[in-house]
Design a protein around this ligand. Structure first.
Ligand SMILES: *Cc1c(COP(=O)(O)O)cnc(C)c1O
Length: 350
């Protein structure tokens, strides 16, 4: 793939206060763009980040035929760029694409486009503790036709945003038993707009009750915990690490997958199985629930301090430096920032 480059005349970097970066507030100078028409990807370019124009009739706006990804690049002390497991995101993007009747984007183009974009916007990757450059690939359907059918014309973009900490403190979550995020046969495993739009209202209601996030339960019985909507979930009960199995309703998180691999390295007892709400609540009551945390690229690892269920809040033990969540966070950070050996070959250095 040959990428044409048009450089931005004047960088916006001086507008950013790098000592206080909010998640997703600023975009770096450039974006990647590719076009799909007549059955092929073409016109690969890196251009200044800017607004785009689409027809008001386009398929994405009406019917949500659109998918995205989220991954991060880091800068180590020697100013070298590392990207975490972008091959996994390339694969998942194409799994989402297939479900949404969108064209796949070749994995090696996906990683090449990210690499070239990062090199051009290298100065946008912050290098202080807990900071990174969040990378957002996005595909949209452009056919200016309001009949419901899969589009034939698409654009693929990648843009990036400097990112600080997502949650600065342990989070308070509510087990949702009224609304449903995903259902068997649906699109829950795909990073597609519908999942996030549908979650806004229940999340908004929970925020009014002072919760940071929801724990989604299965759509049929609401008896089993699934994930958190931007994070997969882990629990530690009887020194065993538990997480829900993948399937139609749970997104295959790269952070989740990495934690499971690290747990195996560390010989930590792990069970990937259905986890009932009952088991969570009764183990909190019996003081058997040692930890709960969310895992995702944006938040990395988010320790949970409170779980709300049926109008009651349950407090979890404090997280300490010997918690598994701290152990995983330190290992992941060490690998990403280059202070721990990358035995799994997760890092691409640029
Ligand atoms: C992106 C996402 C996650 C986390 O996946 P990572 O690859 O670890 O960032 C979890 N759940 C949902 C619904 C997501 O969209």
């Amino acid at each position: 793939m040959k990428i044409d480059v048009i450089h931005k005349k004047k960088s916006d970097i001086n507008k950013v206060d790098f000592s206080n970066i909010k998640f997703g507030q600023f975009h770096s100078d450039h974006m990647f763009e590719a076009e799909f028409s007549e059955g092929a990807w073409k016109n690969f370019k890196i251009i200044p980040f800017d607004d785009i124009t689409v027809s008001p009739a386009c398929t994405t706006l009406h019917y949500g035929q659109t998918i995205f990804e989220g991954l991060k690049a880091y800068k180590n002390k020697k100013n070298k760029i590392s990207v975490f497991r972008m091959d996994k995101n390339a694969k998942r993007f194409n799994i989402s694409a297939e479900r949404m009747c969108m064209p796949t984007f070749p994995e090696k183009y996906f990683t090449q486009a990210i690499s070239e974009l990062l090199i051009i916007d290298k100065k946008w990757i912050p290098n202080t503790k807990n900071t990174s450059l969040y990378i957002r690939p996005l595909m949209i359907a452009l056919d200016p036709f309001i009949g419901i059918k899969p589009a034939e014309n698409f654009k693929f973009y990648i843009f990036t945003c400097p990112a600080g900490n997502y949650y600065s403190e342990p989070v308070k979550v509510k087990i949702e038993t009224e609304f449903t995020r995903a259902i068997k046969g649906g699109v829950g495993y795909s990073k597609t707009a519908a999942n996030y739009a549908a979650a806004l209202y229940p999340s908004f209601l929970a925020q009014k009750e002072n919760y940071d996030q929801l724990i989604w339960t299965d759509g049929k019985t609401h008896d089993y915990v699934e994930e958190s909507g931007t994070m997969n979930l882990f629990f530690v009960i009887n020194n065993t690490l538990l997480t829900a199995p993948l399937g139609d309703t749970v997104l295959d998180g790269v952070t989740r997958n990495s934690i499971l691999a690290l747990a195996e390295d560390l010989n930590i007892a792990t069970e990937v199985r259905k986890i009932s709400v009952n088991e969570i609540i009764s183990s909190i009551k019996d003081n058997k629930l040692q930890e709960a945390f969310g895992a995702g690229t944006a938040a990395t690892i988010a320790p949970i301090k409170t779980i709300g269920y049926q109008n009651k809040d349950y407090e979890l033990p404090d997280h300490t430096s010997s918690s598994l969540s701290s152990k995983f966070l330190n290992l992941l950070d060490g690998i990403k920032y280059g202070s721990i050996d990358d035995n799994h070959n997760w890092i691409t250095k640029l």
